[in-house]
Write a protein that binds this ligand. Structure first.
Ligand code: OSB
Ligand code: MG
Length: 368
């Protein structure tokens, strides 16, 4: 597959509500839409970086810059027959995983379209309905949190995850657990605690949580292992895992027992599948995380979640939860599940009118 051209477009899109986490609030998303052109086909993907470096060190601007200056020049005008070959050409780029992932994902779209198969086939997964959970941001009050959780369960979501931070943990969790005694419930701290907060985190053991997600530092595995020894609730690693090697080290050390796999965070589908394989070797469940994506990436996430080790509900909520107008046919939740897309490639063709309506900036990197 020869890559003739890479196109970057910025689409500012507004979330339907402010999404508050321990690292900040997000409402305005700057969607970076990547298009690869090759063999008469177009491959699409969305970059998952945020506007600011709160979740990881990458931002939409660093991704734009790294793709333009370092990724595209290594790819345009060259041929790659597999994602491995493409990743090899990008190996000199240390880090910047979300930037690399967006291009790797668009390459999978191109490849799968050229083979005329849906992404789940290209990935070697299964076409099964994927159970989905919902991630509820930090709310104004405990009452508002309980209402959001009740509404999510009424809509069919199979797991409720509450964002927590110091001072906003035991009270909302206790209230939601009391209101919804049987719902699979989890919490996500996005690295807001330290090992010295173990006493508070141990209090969460009383609520039968499926896991506590990334309680400690984004780059830590050692303190997580110590904390895991002190908790009965499993720890799920998110920010700490960027590679299959990180997954191996985290599971070997006992830093956690579950992994949230985000394609953008781990440099693309190839490595997402490898993280899945490592976790399977350890007997550790994984699930597919979300980054407030548009419908473009939701289908791709569902396809990834068709791999057999994805045994827990993913953060793949309905398009309409986040966006009034989506870039593709909106994804819907049916009885708490999302369907794995069956059209060739990673996603449906983005709706040209919607792209034009949102687009503000464009840059094309062509063969000279
Ligand atoms: O930690 O899982 C996270 C959104 C942005 C950044 C980090 C995270 C999240 C979510 C939202 O929890 C999940 C979703 O897209 O539904
Ligand atoms: Mg998380």
């Amino acid at each position: 597959m020869r890559i003739d051209r890479i196109e970057l477009r910025e689409l500012p899109m507004r979330l339907r509500f402010r999404f508050q986490t321990s690292f900040g609030a997000e409402q305005d998303r700057r969607i970076l839409l990547v298009t690869l052109y090759g063999e008469g086909l177009e491959g699409y993907a969305e970059c998952v970086a945020g506007e600011g470096p709160g979740y990881s060190s990458e931002t939409i601007d660093t991704c734009w810059s790294v793709i333009e200056s370092f990724v595209a020049p290594r790819l345009v005008g060259r041929s790659f027959s597999t994602p491995d070959e493409l990743l090899h050409a990008l190996a000199p780029i240390r880090g910047h995983d979300m930037a690399v992932a967006s291009v790797e994902m668009a390459f999978w779209d191109l490849l799968a379209k050229s083979w005329n198969v849906p992404l789940w086939v290209a990935l070697g997964g299964h076409e099964r309905p994927i159970p989905v959970g919902i991630s509820i941001g930090i709310q104004e009050s405990v009452q508002a949190t309980v209402e959001s959780a009740r509404a999510a369960v009424a809509e069919g979501y199979r797991r409720v995850k509450l964002k927590i931070q110091p001072g906003w943990d035991v009270a909302p969790v206790a209230a939601v657990r009391e209101a919804l005694p049987d719902v699979p419930l989890t919490v996500d701290a996005n690295s807001a605690y330290r090992l010295t907060d173990a006493r508070v985190l141990r209090q969460l053991d009383a609520f039968g949580l499926d896991y506590v997600e990334q309680p400690l530092a984004h780059d830590d595995l050692i303190d997580h292992a110590e904390l895991q020894r002190q908790l009965t609730t499993p720890i799920c690693l998110d920010e700490s895992v960027h590679s299959p090697e990180d997954a191996r080290k985290g599971l070997q050390l006992g830093s956690g027992r579950i992994i949230n796999v985000k394609v953008g965070r781990v440099r693309g589908f190839r490595r997402a599948r490898q993280v899945h394989d490592v976790a399977q070797a350890f007997g550790a469940p994984v699930w597919c995380g979300g980054m407030l994506e548009t419908g473009l990436a939701r289908g791709a996430n569902a396809a990834l979640a068709g791999l057999p080790g994805f045994t827990l509900p993913g953060d793949i909520s309905a398009s309409s939860r986040f966006y009034d107008r989506d870039l593709t046919t909106p994804y819907v939740i049916d009885d708490g599940h999302i369907a794995v897309p069956s059209f060739p490639g990673l996603c449906e063709e983005p709706d040209g009118d919607a792209v034009a309506a949102f687009q503000t900036t464009e840059r094309v990197i062509d063969v000279e």
